[in-house]
Design a protein around this ligand. Sequence first.
Ligand code: ADP
Ligand code: MG
Length: 393
Amino acid sequence: MNKKTVRDLDVAGKRVLVRVDFNVPLDESGNITDDTRIRAALPTIRYLVDHGARTILVSHLGRPKGVDDKLRLDPVAARLQELLGKPVQKANDSIGPAVQEQAQKLNDGDVLLLENVRFYKEEEKNDPEFAKQLASLAELYVNDAFGTAHRAHASTEGVAHLLPGVAGFLMEKEIASLGRVLENPEHPFVAVLGGAKVKDKIGVIENLLQKVDSLLIGGAMAFTFVKAQGGKIGDTLLDEGSLDVARDTLEKAKARGVRLELPVDALAADRIAPDANTRVVPANDIPDGWRAVDIGPETGRRFAEIAKDAKMVVWNGPMGIFEIDAFAEGTRAVARALVDSSAFTVVGGGDSVAAIEELGMADRVSHVSTGGGASLEFLEGKELPGIAALQDK
Ligand code: ADP
Ligand code: MG
């Protein structure tokens, strides 16, 4: 990784502004239902505390339109305090004189959490004046919020031009793991792609086609390819506008010598419901009134076989409608193959990560990316503005 990290900074006695991703899910009463994202930021926060920094944390939560009492960060501060085992101060704003005073009064090792930064519309607009006010709170900047690194916001990008900016440990791990896959692929290198629409994954397909030995395609997306080849897909979700892209991808794969595998069989259902009637059918012969809701068992075995022999596997996109347990077997088969493989395995994408977590296998792959959109953009080979703005080594 060619970006500086917190290890490269002398943080003792310094006020350090840290962009974290505390965008945690809340229930109706405002309780945190999953604190994974808070836990993920602990190594960076602990490092700063242990090295005598005066830590000022900034995050967004949800999508507020102006100040929204339901999206204040007080519950997050409370949980962080529990996890950290030391007091966490909470500001009621993210900029302004009162916050400035709180920041100035911090002692070495203290931690202050600013209010939800998206209460200001200037945040997402990357407003220079707002960025300046945020930056004025601190002397150094750390970005540990990989999940928002694909957005050029004031707290993710703007401030990095005003303060010396480096990566936190979570950010470092993301860049190192995803970067390893793209920059130093070990062969055989296999990509498993799924999900709903080809359209959402064109960039990832394009970029990975230049690097992988095998591309395994499942999910609804696979059936747009099947249709493009003249197959019959019944009532399966079709990404009509991407038929040409699918044809083009098949040709490119052939020209580059990439083994592109589509499902050979499918689990078809007469409805999308847990109690639907189902049957296994050839992937290119799905009867009218039926829709593919998962890859079939033969396809699951083939995909698992190819993934098991790989040196590197990157997986994005569920193989079927995994939200319904009866349609999750293909996704389970791929997850098991990654777990069983000795390959360097990376899982990225909001739903894919949810799937592997639900299956209880997240800690048995090499890297589970914490970014949804950010992971995809990284895999597309794009430069993420929140990373680009950090100092090079
Ligand atoms: P990720 O968030 O990991 O990038 P996507 O958002 O692209 O993944 O795709 C996930 C969605 O695709 C899930 O909601 C899943 O139900 C849906 N999906 C997968 N296979 C099918 C299918 N055969 N028919 C309809 N939807 C599907
Ligand atoms: Mg998704």
